[in-house]
Design a binder for this molecule. Sequence first.
Ligand SMILES: Cc1cc2nc3c(=O)[nH]c(=O)nc-3n(C[C@H](O)[C@H](O)[C@H](O)COP(=O)(O)OP(=O)(O)OC[C@H]3O[C@@H](n4cnc5c(N)ncnc54)[C@H](O)[C@@H]3O)c2cc1C
Length: 213
Amino acid sequence: MTAAIDLANQGFNVSLIEKQQELGGNLRHVFTTLSGESTVPKLANIMEQVGKHPKIRTYLNATIKECRRICGNFKTEIQGIDAVIEHGAVIVASGAEQNEPGEYCYGQDKRSSRTRFGQASQCGRDDKQEPLAGMKSIVMIQCVGSRDEKHGYCSRVCCSNALKNAIKIKELNPKISVYVLFRDIRSYGLREKYYRLAREREWLSSGTTWIKA
Ligand SMILES: Cc1cc2nc3c(=O)[nH]c(=O)nc-3n(C[C@H](O)[C@H](O)[C@H](O)COP(=O)(O)OP(=O)(O)OC[C@H]3O[C@@H](n4cnc5c(N)ncnc54)[C@H](O)[C@@H]3O)c2cc1C
């Protein structure tokens, strides 16, 4: 969306093809940033700019059926709305999907869940303490299904999220014990500040424990 806005502001016509019924991608499921800001108004603002821009045409519930290159130009057929677009450049911004791990009883035992924990991280929203109700301790396991032979890369998202969630949980209920099992914490760049902040929560009555696994 930001690429579309940048290009459209330079005078190019942009076709934005989205397979879901609404724009927003992963950001629709992330409600606060590491610094605690709400993503909701930011996303709404970007979506409004896209929606209002006279040079951006958005196709929802649409995927690409075929894309052909003819003499330096492209001809793309869109499935779902049966349209054909002729264009000179392509930006692939298909993003990422969260992994569904098979380890640690994920999906078999309701206590092993990403969703529930994700909800806890959204406590910045209206539901506040609700996702944490009744919890005495929370264990976060980092790098599950990642940085192994099958997926030999780091998503660069999980450690920062663990920091964000640990800080948020301790803010909401300092009595909950938080354990983070990690290989190494990858708090890129200035995100190190939040690693320090999360570690400082150890001074609270029952702290966040960082265990190198
Ligand atoms: C749990 C979590 C927490 C995060 N926390 C933060 C944070 O605190 N701060 C931060 O800056 N970033 C954070 N991120 C990262 C941020 O969400 C991503 O960087 C951002 O969403 C990437 O945007 P994107 O448009 O590139 O991809 P995506 O958000 O993945 O969007 C891709 C879009 O492409 C569509 N699409 C895919 N394939 C096709 C196809 N074939 N045809 C048509 N459409 C298709 C998808 O439906 C989707 O709407 C977090 C991510 C996650 C998962």
